[in-house]
Design a protein around this ligand. Structure first.
Ligand code: LMR
Length: 328
């Protein structure tokens, strides 16, 4: 048994990353928390790895560790500052300890879709955000898209009152905590890798996430259903450490930057479709998806939007205004 277990463990780890770099190649470890296929981030990370390992062969070698196999999002940024991992793409909700600027992305109903998020990020303000943490040792390289968030719970959620009194897992973000409190629900910050178990055992009643995460983590299997609220977004920052990035030879840094740029453009254009396919896969697997009437959706907006005022000082009234202009 011991031998078989070792072999199994070996097979799993060989599958989850590139499986061996050559002598003399600089190793670039990329740690993330989602599944690698049928997921906007997972697919993008795999494509990045493939291209780096082909086009930078002999110079650099990338290993991708998906599914929180190396670090979860609570640990990865500290590990990056220690030099133990070189790239990650945590959701923008996971940078609270480093910047409050990203809170705009967590505010409910701030962006009407991922195109609006993209337009905001492409603006001068959005681009400057990538460098907002450099004093703290972190450098943002590119924004990667996931998509719109939906609510799920162990009972039907049609009106905001249905969420009252329920425990919801949230990412560790003060905005998301305030959002759930505005619904009269009880927010429970928790690492992504623990959510399925917490839903299954009833430690929490519900959660919010994108179709690709609800499908990839099988949350729908341990929930009554998913309500199509599109009430917020999950987006990512591909991040590295300032020290590591500056230590690279100019040609290596430039080639890596170019490949990352191209992968970003290619995969961000597909993020909406990847989520639509995940939604379809949930339905095909027998998952329940509930649509809201326009009146019911407005009730969710009315219940959650008041949290904007609480965070206006952190994110800037002018940025909220800019985001709303994009939505028009
Ligand atoms: C979550 O924690 O729910 C997400 O940020 C996970 C992810 O990386 O998409």
């Amino acid at each position: 048994t011991a031998v078989a277990m070792t072999l199994t463990a070996g097979a799993v780890s060989a599958e989850s990353h590139s499986g061996g770099c050559d002598d003399g190649e600089m190793v670039i470890k990329f740690s993330h928390v989602t599944n690698s296929d049928r997921h906007p981030k997972g697919i993008a990370a795999s494509l990045l790895m493939e291209r780096v390992n082909t086009e930078m062969d002999g110079k650099a070698c990338m290993e991708v560790f998906p599914n929180s196999t190396l670090y979860n999002d609570d640990q990865v940024l500290e590990a990056m500052l220690q030099g133990d991992v070189q790239l990650a793409a945590p959701s923008l909700s996971k940078f609270e300890a480093f910047t409050k600027q990203f809170r705009i992305f967590d505010l409910p109903f701030m962006f009407k879709n991922v195109d609006a998020v993209d337009a905001f990020q492409t603006s001068e303000t959005g681009q400057a955000m990538k460098e907002s943490m450099s004093r703290r040792g972190l450098l943002g390289l590119e924004f990667w898209h996931n998509g719109m968030k939906q609510f799920s719970a162990n009972k039907a959620l049609n009106k905001p009152e249905d969420a009252k009194g329920l425990k919801f897992r949230v990412q560790p973000s003060d905005v998301l905590v305030a959002q759930m409190e505005a619904l009269g629900a009880s927010p429970q910050p928790m690492a992504f890798s623990e959510v399925y178990g917490a839903l299954q055992t009833g430690v929490v009643d519900g959660q919010e996430n994108t179709w690709s995460n609800i499908y990839g983590q099988k949350f729908f299997e341990v929930q009554d259903g998913v309500t199509e609220t599109n009430h917020g977004i999950i987006d990512y920052l591909v991040v590295t450490s300032v020290d590591w990035f500056e230590s690279l030879d100019d040609d290596v840094r430039e080639q890596l930057t170019t490949i990352l740029r191209e992968v970003t453009e290619t995969r961000n254009a597909e993020s909406f479709n990847v989520n639509e396919e995940a939604k379809k896969a949930i339905l095909d697997a027998g998952g329940v998806v509930r649509e809201l009437s326009p009146e019911d959706r407005q009730a969710w907006v009315d219940a959650m939007k008041p949290v904007w005022s609480k965070f206006e000082g952190d994110v800037g009234a002018e940025n909220i205004e800019a985001a709303q202009k994009i939505n028009e």
